[in-house]
Design a protein. Structure first.
Length: 397
């Protein structure tokens, strides 16, 4: 029986690639610190579970394909707090941010079309693109510049007759970079001049550190018809398992096509939509406290990594990720070795090899992406394992 080339050419997630080795380590009795994945250890707000308990419909039926009106209105009100203005009718509820991205690719691109992304990028962008027959084309950013966009020309170089959109996350997964309004203006100018869509993934919008003022590309008025905004509740409220996201656009033609895809999967979870309402009513002070917690963790991670010989980093400005360059030739082999052959006090650590976040995998060959959404105590133990592991690994290689 045949399997499509489209799916055979889709690569496994870089974030979970080493999961079988982590599973084996646990079966041996080792504790594994997971710095490979953005799964916060922050307690889910009690309001979520209270909302879950209060769901009292007698029949668990389909809801509107576009999402329940109450939740679309709640997202609209929430976005206004960041000076982002979409009416409820311009917002559609999706199964997490991932489905919003899938919808965007399917609507904007035919098979063989291209989407520009800053490199490194969230590895699942490539998974979704490949499954749609879409090619991601990178414009390069560097660890030396904290992964900021150098100039407009660096974006324009990737534009071809097949380019349909520019996609980025801000703040970025995997780099933690927060794009300035000048960088967003570069993206906006290229999109406007070349008549491209913009897909702005703003899942980590509130997790911005050091007093930096977050700007959404929505603030650039001339590109609002080009813009699709993707969001999710997963990270800011520590509800990754809830899978409630949204896609918003002012473009009427896009909205007509989004409805078709919403109807194709009938509706998103009834229970999760009603429960999500309770989250969006939580005061912003909750999110601010979570932001401060992650800033503290970022500071500790950077403090430790800067002292490890041969490790090169920058200070991320948002989200809870960073890319680190290690003094090894093959970071994937090293990460696998940590899980299979190295431990301290029956503990080891799992990272995501960074080559899976690049089109040109050689660029990430000696890099890892690490997530700092676990406690400071666990971060310190995990990075001690990294430091000692590097010494032993390099002495053997």
């Amino acid at each position: 029986m045949l399997i499509s080339n489209r799916i055979k050419n889709t690569k496994i997630s870089a974030i979970r690639k080493l999961t079988p080795f982590a599973k084996e380590a646990k079966q041996k009795g080792l504790k594994v610190y997971h710095m490979n994945i953005g799964q916060p250890d922050v307690a889910t707000p009690k309001e979520y579970f209270e909302g879950l308990k209060s769901y009292d419909k007698k029949v668990l039926g389909y809801e509107s394909s576009e999402g329940i009106d109450e939740l679309r209105s709640a997202f609209s009100d929430f976005l206004k707090k960041n000076n982002i203005y979409y009416s409820p009718e311009e917002i559609y509820i999706t199964n997490g941010g991932s489905e919003a991205l899938l919808f965007s690719f399917l609507i904007m691109c035919d098979e063989g079309d291209e989407i520009l992304v800053p490199e490194p990028y969230y590895s699942n962008y490539n998974t979704i693109a490949s499954s749609c027959g879409v090619k991601l084309v990178p414009f390069k950013t560097s660890i030396d510049d904290g992964f900021h966009i150098k100039n407009k020309e660096s974006i324009e170089l990737g534009v071809t007759a097949k380019t349909r959109a520019i996609l980025y996350s801000n703040p970025s997964n995997p780099t933690g970079v927060v794009y300035s309004i000048n960088e967003l203006q570069m993206i906006a100018d290229v999109a406007y001049e070349k008549e491209l869509y913009i897909i702005s993934d703003e899942v980590y919008r509130e997790l911005v550190y050091d007093g930096i003022k977050y700007e959404s590309i929505f603030s650039i008025e001339k590109i609002r018809e080009n813009l699709v905004l993707v969001d999710s509740l997963s990270k800011r409220y520590s509800v990754c398992g809830s899978r409630v996201g949204m896609i918003a656009t002012k473009n009427k033609n896009l909205r007509e096509e989004i409805v078709k895809l919403c109807q194709s999967r009938l509706s998103t979870s009834s229970v999760e939509q009603y429960t999500a309402l309770s989250l969006l009513k939580i005061p912003m002070s909750y999110i601010e406290s979570v932001r401060d917690l992650y800033q503290e963790r970022r500071n500790e991670v950077c403090r430790i990594l800067e002292k490890i010989e041969g490790v090169k980093i920058y200070k991320p400005e948002g989200a809870f990720y960073l890319i680190a360059s290690l003094p090894v030739d093959d970071a994937e082999d090293f990460c696998k070795w940590l899980l299979t052959d190295f431990s301290i006090n029956n503990e080891t650590v799992m990272f995501a090899p960074a080559e899976g976040f690049y089109i040109d995998r050689e660029l990430g060959k000696s890099q890892i992406r690490l997530s700092y959404c676990i406690s400071v105590e666990d971060l310190e133990k995990a990075l001690h394992i990294l430091e000692e592991g590097l010494k032993v690994y390099n002495s053997k290689n």
